[in-house]
Design a protein around this ligand. Structure first.
Ligand code: THU
Length: 132
């Protein structure tokens, strides 16, 4: 694992500490990095209505977009589960919008790490033609 990845994972772990997960107790942290090496983090934010819950990955993407960054290359996800988790379907589609082949690194409590590219877990995402 390169130093860069370790740093990205560390930032995801930091964000995980702020997760608001009183219903599931499943705290997730994410850190997404751009081509220029800028990192944006997110944690899951749950809601009493459940449906309004937003995942760590999506929140990291939205945080980056708000700051004017879009050229994502990699996202690290950390959880306290025994096995590394993969992003949910909605987050896959949100990531697809900006990089259909973004690298995903997911780390479990024990440090078990899964690496995958988005195209492997969402091969044919939906994209509208951009009107610019
Ligand atoms: N969750 C994430 O934040 N990311 C994932 O990849 C999987 C699920 C959150 C949503 C919810 O707050 C909790 O984990 C349980 O589903």
């Amino acid at each position: 694992m390169s130093l860069n990845d370790e740093d990205l994972i560390k930032q995801a772990r930091h964000a995980q500490q702020n997760a608001y997960a009183p219903y599931s107790q499943f705290k997730v942290g994410a850190a997404i990095v751009t081509e220029k090496g800028k990192v944006f983090t997110g944690c899951n934010v749950e809601n009493s209505t459940f449906g309004a819950t937003s995942c760590a990955e999506r929140n990291a993407v939205y945080c980056a977009i708000c700051a004017g960054a879009q050229d994502f290359t990699k996202i690290a996800i950390v959880t306290d589960s025994e096995e590394p988790v993969m992003p949910c379907g909605i987050c896959r589609q949100v990531l697809y919008e900006f990089n259909p082949d973004i690298e995903i690194i997911s780390v479990s409590t024990s440090g078990k790490t899964d690496r995958i590219h988005l195209s492997e877990i969402l091969p044919k995402g939906f994209l509208l033609e951009k009107q610019r």
